[in-house]
Design a protein around this ligand. Structure first.
Ligand SMILES: [Zn+2]
Length: 322
């Protein structure tokens, strides 16, 4: 996989570098859009925090050497868990747009008041917030499928629900493809074939084939989804960067591909009010954090004992009120 190999060379593969070292990318919310800016990466120094694949590997390493509380740090987990705009904004500020509707640099659109463009080039993308939310929902459903496919007890109906969610939101991808092609004047690095979308839509309803394994539909959908973002080799860094100029979605799916091919244990937190994904750090771990474990135990206790305690208190109060 090219993306991985490039990463191994230590040069990184990011959408942009922050304008100020150590800070995030510049991000402004403008109406229903996020305007994200950074420096076009020259890949001269080692990959920084805005390198999604590198951050995935760093999180992996910490997990392997047993650092506590790293189970939710990996970018693929973070994106799937980003259930609020604030979390999506924080994610975009670190890694760049997921799917941009408009991208330009200061060589194409000169900055006002400057006699000549600044170097290194400044890249700006406009990310539609609703599209970002939809991408998160597709990714969450896909990660759930990948997680369930690695389990012995496969739940056909739960998987079908995920497939339905993927099909519904993915139906916007052909429009996004047309947009990227007309904006960038070249064929995007990704492509959703009409028959793939039809196949996924078809699998979002119906009953399991009698003679077929129950998880087959899930496997088909994940393969169709991952094959939208095929791995390609590029002769130079600038062509490689152009494959993610309109968003880092291909990188997010390269992580999902790794999770599918080399499954690691991912679970959903057993705290009813959390339900976030986390990577399992020790066998049998049910909660993403000590706090969640404590809160759930307190709630369970309150459920069991609370009724009695409340009754007692009401009695006491009514006595005192007499
Ligand atoms: Zn939790």
């Amino acid at each position: 996989m090219t993306i991985v190999e490039q990463n191994r060379k230590g040069k990184g593969f990011q959408w942009a570098d922050p304008l100020t070292k150590g800070a995030g990318l510049e991000l402004k919310q403008v109406g229903a859009e996020l305007h994200i800016s950074g420096l076009l990466p020259l890949y001269e120094t080692n990959a920084g925090p805005s390198d999604l694949v590198r951050q995935y590997e760093v999180a992996r390493k910490h997990l392997t050497i047993g650092q506590q509380r790293t189970g939710k740090k990996s970018p693929h987990i973070r994106f799937a868990n980003a259930d609020t705009d604030d979390k999506l904004i924080a994610f975009s500020q670190q890694f760049g747009p997921v799917v941009a509707k408009y991208v330009y640099d200061n060589y194409q659109v000169p900055e006002p008041g400057l006699p000549e463009p600044r170097w290194p080039p400044r890249l700006t993308a406009h990310q539609d917030i609703q599209e970002l939310r939809n991408e998160r929902l597709i990714y969450r459903a896909a990660l759930t499928l990948v997680m369930d496919l690695a389990r012995p007890n496969f739940d056909f109906l739960a998987a079908q629900h995920c497939i339905g969610e993927i099909a519904a939101k993915m139906s916007d991808w052909p429009r996004q493809w047309e947009r990227e092609q007309s904006e960038s004047k070249r064929e995007p690095s990704w492509k959703l074939k009409p028959e793939s979308l039809e196949r996924i839509e078809g699998l979002s309803s119906g009953s399991p084939g009698l003679m077929l394994p129950p998880n087959l539909d899930g496997r088909i959908v994940i393969c169709e989804l991952l094959n939208v973002f095929r791995s390609t080799i590029y002769p130079n860094l600038s062509e490689m960067h152009s494959s993610i100029r309109y968003g880092i979605r291909p990188l997010l799916y390269s992580l999902l591909r790794r999770e599918f091919l080399y499954p690691r244990e991912v679970a959903v937190c057993a705290n009813d009010q959390c339900r976030e994904f986390f990577e399992v750090e020790r066998a049998g771990q049910q909660f993403c954090s000590a706090e969640c474990s404590l809160h759930q135990r307190q709630r369970d206790y309150w459920k069991k004992r609370g009724k009695k305690l409340r009754e007692k208190r009401v009695k006491k109060q009514s006595k005192a009120g007499r």
